[in-house]
Design a binder for this molecule. Sequence first.
Ligand code: NDP
Length: 294
Amino acid sequence: MTARIIDGTLIADEMRAEIAEDVKRYAEAHGAPPGLGVILVGDNPASASYVRMKRRACEKVGMRSVGHILPASATQAEVEAAVTALNDDPAVHGILVQLPLPGHIDESTILSLVRLDKDVDGFHPVNIGLLAMKGRDPLFTPATPTGVMELLKRAGAVLSGANAVVVGRSNIVGMPVALMLIRENATVTICHSRTVDLRGQVGRADVVIAAIGKPNFIKGDWLKPGATVIDVGTNQIPDADDPRGYRYVGDVDYDTAVETAGAITKVPGGVGPMTITMLLSNTLKAAWRTAGQA
Ligand code: NDP
């Protein structure tokens, strides 16, 4: 069997075109486009590049982006002041605090300070708590897990009653994606570094979500034939044939997995493009909600 490719780039492009149309409608109705406020602390090149990509994506769909770029030496009070400024700015509908923050900053306090109705990254503990509660709905869900769910939906994956295995239990990917799968009535197993017989667990899964951060870790012959595989992993490996000297691979060994899976995402071109798209979608949702029309 050769798996069907779930094309995140294509799906993200379709969604961004829909978002751009809706941004236009919003701007016509309210005289200004939705706005995203971004906080970047320090000079981590990967974080700076993510922030640039997010701001560019915003502008491409017609949204405004407001940046607060603080030096690595910024104090807790200065970062808190940046969040408060964005909380109070009526032209800003969503706030993104680029993680990780430098070690001397209390990340949890910063994330808790973001106004709930502007928490477009979905990392506020109240939003995560609401996600975990039956019968309650968060205002926003985190971008990457939401992107994973959108890929599953658009790939036609049947989730109700399916065995889903999430490998990884981080706050930003594994745990929220597991909570979202439960809400779709999947039977969810969460695996992590202490899991005994990971291969056996993965082998029982109709749906596998890999979010480990280890290149090509999950092999094709671990998978149940026909499984749907979403690979969140984004790992840089050396590649002398690439002009950059490196390339990105996922947590799943794509070349073998494509032979066993029923449907699979690629890295790059799978979850990555969806993450920013879901952030744009959440910001638009926040703007309509503030305007009382969502
Ligand atoms: P973390 O490092 O925070 O979490 C990794 C998780 O994997 C942990 O729960 C860890 O277990 C588990 N793990 C590590 N080793 C093993 C192992 N040998 N067997 C089973 N489980 C293991 O990573 P993130 O969740 O932040 O990111 C995961 C991957 O997703 C990374 O490659 C990252 O780059 C990528 N990513 C991609 C995004 C995108 O937009 N495409 C966005 C965010 C992340 P334990 O809890 O026991 O330590």
